[in-house]
Design a protein around this ligand. Structure first.
Ligand code: SAH
Ligand code: MG
Length: 214
């Protein structure tokens, strides 16, 4: 259940979701069972459509988890080389195993470690950057990979409306979420004010910002 979309609408949209790839079907089921926060079905569709539009040849992802979205990118952008960053050792192993199973080791490279550190070793300009990791650190991630952006880069920031928390205090359930809510609010203010980018903020999935570097 998402706070951003009424259940009836969400169920309807999900009923129209099609996935024929056996491995992705299996991975989504496993993620749901183990509560791994992979992209929602509607976000997956949006990313796929964005790839059809932008046709990225290079993709940088911050937050791999089990490699689900990385595999989606690889399939939606058949020419793309993908670098994905993950700090949890167990997730890195899982992701690498899934990537191997898909036979995509030559196109997806998983770099293990805190993206706050590993981003320094990522070189070159990326056509698409997907920020999908620790919600309190989006601004830091953005600043660290600014060197990897240029006109034409599409930056997609996932989960930016985090259960409504950045929108209003009444959505913040506990004190410990306050900082994350405030930081995400600051990130979105920064992003929407940055004149280099054309940014759209959409209330799908858990909220997504799409920023195109003009
Ligand atoms: N993009 C994935 C889901 C990522 S979930 C998908 O949609 O399939 C977020 C992931 O970010 C988690 O696996 C978490 O371990 C990782 N993460 C959180 N903070 C991080 C950091 N500072 N550096 C690298 N990875 C991080
Ligand atoms: Mg996400």
């Amino acid at each position: 259940m998402s706070i951003l979309t009424p259940d009836l609408i969400e169920n309807y949209i999900n009923s129209l979701y099609r996935q024929e790839d056996e491995q992705l079907i299996r991975m989504r089921a496993e993620a749901e069972r183990l509560l791994v926060p992979i992209v929602t079905r509607d976000m997956e569709r949006l990313l796929t459509t964005l790839c059809s539009l932008r046709r990225p040849k290079t993709i940088l992802e911050i937050g791999t988890a089990i490699g689900y979205s990385a595999l989606c990118f690889a399939k939606a952008a058949p020419e793309a080389q993908i670098i994905t960053l993950e700090n949890r050792e167990r997730s890195v192993h899982k992701a690498r195993a899934n990537i191997r199973e898909a036979g995509l080791e030559d196109r997806i490279r998983v770099i293990e470690g805190d993206a706050g550190e590993t981003l320094a070793q990522v070189e070159g300009i990326f056509d698409l950057i997907f920020i999908d990791a620790a919600k309190g650190q989006y601004r830091r991630f953005f600043d660290l990979c600014e060197k990897n952006m240029a006109p034409g880069t599409l930056v997609v920031s996932d989960n930016v409306l985090y259960k409504g928390m950045p929108c209003d205090e009444s959505y913040v359930p506990e004190r410990r979420h306050k900082t994350i809510a405030r930081r995400m609010d600051e990130y979105l203010s920064f992003l929407t004010a940055d004149k280099r980018f054309e940014t759209s903020l959409l209330a799908i999935g858990d909220g997504v910002a799409i920023s195109y570097y003009k």
